[in-house]
Design a binder for this molecule. Sequence first.
Ligand SMILES: NC(=O)c1ccc[n+]([C@@H]2O[C@H](COP(=O)([O-])OP(=O)(O)OC[C@H]3O[C@@H](n4cnc5c(N)ncnc54)[C@H](O)[C@@H]3O)[C@@H](O)[C@H]2O)c1
Length: 368
Amino acid sequence: MELTAGADTRPEAVEEFKNKYGRKAFSSVEAMYDSGEIDAVWIATPNVNHADHTVKAAEHGIHIIVEKPTAVTLEEVDRMIAAADRHKVKLVQGHSKVYGPAIQKIREIVAGGRLGKVIQINSWNSNDWLQRPRLASEVDTSAGGGIVFRQGPHMIDIIRYVGGGMVKSVRAITGRNDKHFDTEGDFTAFLEFDNGCAATAVFNGYGFFDAAELTWGIGEGGKRLPEEATGQHTAGERLKGAVDMEYKYANPRTTEERATRERSAQSFFGITVVACEHGIIRQSPNGIFVYSEKGREEVPCGKDEGRAAELKSLRAAIDENRRPFLDGRWGKATLEVCLAMLQSSKERREIALKHQIPSVDVKEKQEA
Ligand SMILES: NC(=O)c1ccc[n+]([C@@H]2O[C@H](COP(=O)([O-])OP(=O)(O)OC[C@H]3O[C@@H](n4cnc5c(N)ncnc54)[C@H](O)[C@@H]3O)[C@@H](O)[C@H]2O)c1
C-alpha cells in the first residue's frame, strides 16, 4: 500500500500534508476522487460528512475505510452499505478497538468455550474527551458530536465483539453535566444480549480523572501516561465551550501532549472485565489475565498494530474478494446501540434492537 494523496477543506491542512508527506493534496474530497490518484480512501472527516464521502467514493470505484461512528443516522449507513454493494467496493469500519490483539484474544477464549458461557461484560472508562479543544460541531449531538457518538462506538464495539455481537436491548442514561457544553459528557448503559449475557457500559468524559491510572498508566493507542501527569486532569483552567478552528489546531489535545508517544505493547480503552461461568478475563500490560480455578494466568498477545490493522483488513478483503472483518453492517449495529442509548435516556425506557449482527470470530476470519 502506498500513500498517494490527501484532501482537506482547510488550506493549512493541505499545505501541511504536502510538506509532511510530499504527496498530492486536494482542497476537496471530490477533486481527490476525480484525480484517479487513489484506489482506497480513509475517511476521517467530521461525522456528518461520512455518508456523502463514502457514497461518492463508492461511485468512483474507490474502496473505503470509514472512521467511527460509521455515520450519524442508520439511514445514512444504509446508503453507504448500498453504494458499496452496488459499486462492488469494500467498506471497512475503521478505528475500532476490536482490532486490538488483546480484545481478539478475549473473544477467542470466550468463543472457544473453555470458561463456559459469557455471563457479564463490564466496561468502564473516564477521560478528558470534553476538555479537549472542540469545534462547535463536535459538541453538537445533532451533528454526531458528544461522547455517545464519538466515544460510545469504541466501548460498544468491544462489548459487542466479546459478547458475540447480538445485543437485544438497551437501557441507558446519558448526561449533559457540564453547563458550558450542550452535549453528552457521560453515559451509563445496560445491555442485554440474546445469549443472556448482561453488559454495562459506563463513561465519564469531563476530564477529572483518566482511567489510565488504573491500567498501569497505559491508555488509548498504547500511549503511556507519565507518573507526573497523574491527577493532572483536575488541574488548570477548564475549557468553557467550543473553540474556533484557529485555537483547535494550534492547541492539540491535552492528554496526548502529556502522554509519551512511545507505544507500549497494548492499547487500553478503560477497563473491561469479562466474566464467564468458570472464570474472568481482563487486559494485562502485555496481553490478558485469565482468572480461573487454576489461579491467574497471563496470556501474552501480539503487539497492537494501531491503524495498520484496518489497512491489512481492507487489503485482505480485496485480495480474497470477501467481506471485510468489520464492515458497514458491523458499524451500523454499533451505531444502533449508540442511538438507542440516546433514545433510552430521552424516553426513560428500554429500547429493543433490530439491526444487530454476530461477531466474526478470529478463526472464521482466518478461514474466510
Ligand atoms: N481526533 C482523533 O484522534 C479521532 C479519534 C477517533 C476518531 N476520530 C474520528 O475522525 C473523524 C474526524 O475527527 P477529528 O477529531 O480528527 O476531527 P477534526 O475536526 O480535527 O478533523 C476533521 C478534518 O476534516 C476536515 N474537513 C472538514 N470538512 C471537510 C470536508 N467536507 N472535506 C474534506 N475535509 C474536511 C477538517 O478541516 C479537519 O482537518 C470523526 O469521524 C471522528 O469520530 C478522530
